[in-house]
Ligand binder design. Structure first.
Ligand SMILES: N[C@@H](CCC(=O)N[C@@H](CS)C(=O)NCC(=O)O)C(=O)O
Length: 212
C-alpha cells in the first residue's frame, strides 16, 4: 500500500498527450524511486470531488495520506521534501532550487504558455498580440540560454527545478522555438534522456491510449 496517489485525467485528446502536467509529477516520483499509484478522473465530466482537490477542475493533484496538493510546482516542492534525489540538502542549494522552480513557472512558462497557444491553434497571423508574445518569450529564452550555457543542471545536481524548467522548455522545443538557443535545446535533450523521464513519458502515453 503506497501513500502517494497521483491523479490525472482518464483520457485527453491526441495533441496534449505526452505534455499533460502529471508528467512532471511522474518524472519526479520515478527519479526519486518513490512508490506511487495513478488514479483517473473523467476528462469530460468533472465532478464535485474533482473540484474539491483542484479548484479549477484541472489536473494533476497528489495525495500523500491526508494531504491533498494541486499545482504541479507545489507538488514537486512536496516531493522535494521527501527525497534528496530531488532537492539538495545544503541550505543555499535548496534555496536556489526553489528560486529556479518558481522562475520556471512564473517567468518562463508565463511567456511560453501563451506563445504555445498560438502554435497549438495554428494561428500564424502576424498580429500585434502574436508579435508581443514572440518577443516576450524571446526575452526569457535569451537569458536562459546564458544561464544554461556551460551548466549541466540549474543548481549543481539534477533537481525538481530541472524537471520543471526542462518540461516548460520541452513544449517550446516541440514547436521548434529553441532553434536559435542551442544550450536550451541541449539541456532539454539531456533532461529527457534520463530513464526517469523516458518511463514517465511512456507511462503517460500508455495511460491515455488505454482509454481510447
Ligand atoms: N498551473 C497548473 C496548470 C494545470 C493545467 O493546466 N492542467 C491541464 C493539463 S496539463 C488541465 O487540466 N487542462 C484542462 C483544463 O484546463 O480544463 C499546474 O501546474 O498544475
Amino acid at each position: 500500500m503506497t501513500d502517494l496517489i497521483l491523479t490525472t485525467f482518464d483520457w485527453v485528446p491526441e495533441a496534449p498527450r505526452g505534455y499533460v502536467r502529471d508528467l512532471r509529477v511522474r518524472w519526479a516520483l520515478e527519479e526519486a524511486e518513490l512508490p506511487y499509484r495513478v488514479n483517473s478522473v473523467p476528462f469530460r465530466d468533472r465532478g464535485i470531488d474533482h473540484f474539491s482537490h483542484q479548484p479549477f477542475g484541472q489536473v494533476p493533484w497528489l495525495t500523500d495520506r491526508d494531504i491533498s496538493i494541486f499545482e504541479s510546482g507545489a507538488i514537486l516542492l512536496h516531493l522535494g521534501e521527501l527525497s534528496s534525489k530531488l532537492m539538495p540538502t545544503e541550505p543555499h542549494d535548496r534555496s536556489d532550487v526553489k528560486e529556479w522552480l518558481f522562475a520556471a513557472i512564473a517567468s518562463v512558462e508565463a511567456a511560453s504558455q501563451p506563445w504555445s497557444f498560438f502554435k497549438f491553434s495554428g494561428d500564424t497571423d502576424e498580429t500585434p498580440m502574436r508579435k508581443f508574445f514572440d518577443s516576450f518569450l524571446e526575452a526569457r529564452l535569451k537569458h536562459m540560454e546564458t544561464v544554461l550555457a556551460g551548466h549541466e543542471w540549474l543548481v549543481g545536481t539534477f533537481s525538481i527545478a530541472d524537471i520543471l524548467m526542462a518540461d516548460v522548455l520541452r513544449l517550446v522545443d516541440r514547436f521548434d522555438g529553441l532553434a536559435v538557443y542551442p544550450a536550451c535545446r541541449d539541456y532539454v535533450a539531456r533532461a529527457t534522456a534520463r530513464p526517469s523521464f523516458v518511463k514517465a513519458h511512456a507511462d503517460q502515453m500508455a495511460h491515455f491510449a488505454a482509454a481510447d
